[in-house]
Structure formats: C-alpha cells, structure tokens
Design a protein around this ligand. Sequence first.
Ligand code: ADP
Ligand code: MG
Length: 175
Amino acid sequence: MDKNSLRQYIREEKKRHSKSELLSQSEIILSKLENNEHFIEAKNIMLYASLPDEVYTLDFIEKWRNKKHIILPVVLGDDIIPTALEYEVSLAKGSFNIPEPQNNPYKGNFDLIIVPGMAFDKQGNRLGRGKGYYDRFLVNNKNVYKIGICFDFQFLDVIPSEDHDQKIDEIITVL
Ligand code: ADP
Ligand code: MG
C-alpha cells in the first residue's frame, strides 16, 4: 500500500471508532507513557497538542506542565518551532486550530520527544499527514529518544518509508 492509500485507510478505520472509545484508548496510552522509564527520567519533554483525530493529549499537558518542562510545536510556514509552556505562558489556537504556547522559540535540549502520527510500524517507521513537518524537525534531533503514541488501528506490521522519513525509537499503543 502506498502512503496516500494508507492515510485513507487509517481515516476510514478511525470513523469505525466512537469518540468515547478513542478517549479511553488515549487514557490507556498516556498512562503507559507516564510509567515509561524515559518519561519518568526526562525533564525537557516535547509533547504535542492533539488535533481531533489524534491521541488526546490536552488534559495530559495540563497535568504535567508544572511538573516537567513541556515544549509544544508551533507551526510556522513549513516548520515546527518548539516552544516552551512555562508556568505563566498561555495557550492560544494557531495554525490548524491547535493550541500553541504564546512564547518565544525554545532553544534548549530535549530529553524526550513524543511524536504523533497517522501510522507507525514495528520497525519504528512513521507515517505523518503528508507534509513532512516532523521529518524536518526530527532530522535535527537525531540523538533524542522518540516515542510515538497511537491508537491500536494505527500500529501496523509494515508501513512504507522513504530515506527522508525519521525513525521513532519506541511506539506506545493500547496493546
Ligand atoms: P509525512 O512524514 O508527513 O507522512 P512524507 O514523509 O510523505 O510526509 O514527506 C512529505 C514531504 O516532506 C516529502 O516529499 C519531502 O519533500 C518533504 N521532506 C521530508 N523531510 C524533509 C527534509 N529533511 N528536508 C526537506 N524536505 C523534507
Ligand atoms: Mg515522513
């Protein structure tokens, strides 16, 4: 299956799941993430504020924003600009209607990057929405541990990947 057919297949699969089913999957996934040794040890964590069809992270961000140093993507043109969500920083909707921290770009290091995706496979390959945002961001963070989080139907045996696709170290799903 090519990348676009796979994106279409995932969209169809998502429609077969209710909102409450996806919310309860999200809770399980994030509770596994909280208990992951890389998460426990990490201070500077890149997370993402979820779109309606992604593992739901908005409550998780609020829960952790004053216990870890949380950094979120701000989309600017073709790029993801990492931006820290410090105590006094507010969130406001930006591109794609995603909540983004109202702060200057974060220039520090990352201990862990949590990566969204349309699909992942057992070899650590990742399929995004087709614009390569995370490939361009992750290529500059090759040595940082990366965890992909996804619903059960997004975790597949094999997905197509190209040379520019950046690998993910570990995938957390409900299973
Ligand atoms: P996604 O990762 O969102 O599923 P693709 O992997 O299909 O999307 O990539 C989409 C496009 O992003 C590619 O065709 C490529 O042109 C661009 N791209 C990906 N990585 C880079 C990079 N490191 N530098 C420049 N362009 C890139
Ligand atoms: Mg890619």
